[in-house]
Design a protein around this ligand. Structure first.
Ligand code: TLP
Length: 346
């Protein structure tokens, strides 16, 4: 009997923890992390900080909270934060930085590769003036979600960070998928994070944990971040059961991201051959297709009917993300199903 379960490519957040990860979680040593007593959380934080070349780290429930805690820790209310107009912080975090942090988010044009133009950042920096907000923080993103999982080159990040630093601002990197960037560019995450003061990365995306992100940076920033996390209600207690999944993932689930990238390329090539879609070759695990015939929502419904789940991604665009739970055979099957949908829609 053929397997008719939907193939879920909505995000790399949909993975299930595998048996080995569940075992690590079940066996985790735990304590009360708000008292600093959870050995598994302490271990994850130390490992994460070391992995991305920073002094210290704090474990938080989500990437959204990691970025918000970062903004709160780098800024004062009334400060201005420079960031890409396509960035996750600007588009998908419910304007939390504005509401909770009282900062002004100032979006700058992203290039197609997820970077910003140096001249735009330079022009956006404000001179000290009694009327003006203080340019306090530059936020970068790597890999870049809305730019199709692009890897922002290290040299570009260094140049942008230098401009921010010369202006007296600090730099935060939303590295939700930094290990995809590491694997795709063969550049260590620590090198990619070096131009930034702080980096957040997600355990719950390609690393396939059920929950969690880590914010890493200098000791004093992370101390402030612990306080901001507590204010947001992110102080967890026996969180070691979750941290154990992260420890397991850092050891076992990074190198395998190369498979997700290969699967994304296969998916993009297959979709491109079908005709009604324009697809660019993905750099990592995010495939964005532009609908050339029919409507985006018509296609999404057709895909769902055929047993492939995807998400809308702006006008005329659909996103599919590869991950641990859909292997190469699953991608071939997804393409067969989409082909059937194309015949039906066509
Ligand atoms: N992104 C999710 C959705 O929110 C769009 C996804 O499915 O891709 N930074 C980046 C670059 C992200 O892509 C995400 C999640 C986050 C931060 C937030 O992480 P969570 O979902 O853990 O709050």
């Amino acid at each position: 009997m053929s397997d008719t379960r939907p193939i879920d490519l909505r995000s790399d957040t949909v993975t299930q923890p595998d048996a080995a990860m569940r075992r690590a979680m079940a066996e985790a040593e735990v304590g009360d992390d708000v008292f600093g007593d959870d050995p598994s959380v302490n271990r994850l934080e130390a490992l994460a900080a070391e992995r991305v070349g920073k002094e210290a780290a704090v474990f938080v429930p989500s990437g959204t909270m990691a970025n918000l805690v970062a903004v709160l820790s780098h800024t004062q209310p009334t400060d201005e934060v420079l960031l890409g107009e396509e960035s996750h912080v600007f588009n998908y975090e419910v304007a939390g930085a504005a509401r909770v942090g009282g900062v002004q988010l100032r979006p700058l044009a992203n290039d197609r590769g997820g970077g910003l133009a140096e001249e735009d950042v330079r022009a956006a920096v404000r001179e000290p003036n009694i009327h003006a907000p203080r340019t306090a923080l530059l936020c970068l993103e790597n890999t870049h979600n809305r730019c199709g999982g692009a890897v922002v080159p290290l040299a570009r990040m260094e140049a942008l960070a230098r401009i921010a630093r010369e202006a007296g601002a600090t730099v935060h990197l939303d590295g939700a998928r930094i290990f995809n960037a590491e694997v795709a560019s063969e550049t260590p995450a620590a090198a990619l994070a070096a131009p930034a003061d702080s980096i957040s990365f997600c355990l719950s995306k390609g690393l396939a944990c059920p929950v969690g992100s880590v914010l890493c940076g200098p000791q004093d920033l992370i101390e402030r971040a612990r306080r901001e996390r507590k204010m947001l209600g992110g102080g967890m207690r026996q969180a070691g059961v979750l941290a154990a999944a992260g420890i397991h993932a850092l050891a076992h689930n990074i190198e395998r991201l190369a498979e997700d990238h290969a699967n994304a390329r296969t998916l993009a090539e297959g979709l491109g051959r079908m005709g009604p879609f324009a697809v660019e070759t993905p750099a990592t695990n995010i495939v964005v297709l532009r609908v050339l015939e029919g409507t985006r929502d018509g296609w999404l419904a057709g895909f769902a009917e055929a047993g492939v789940r995807a998400v809308p991604f702006g006008a005329g665009r659909i996103r599919m993300v590869t991950h641990k739970d859909v292997d190469a055979a699953g991608i071939d099957e997804a393409l067969r199903r989409i082909e059937r949908a194309a015949v039906a829609v066509g």
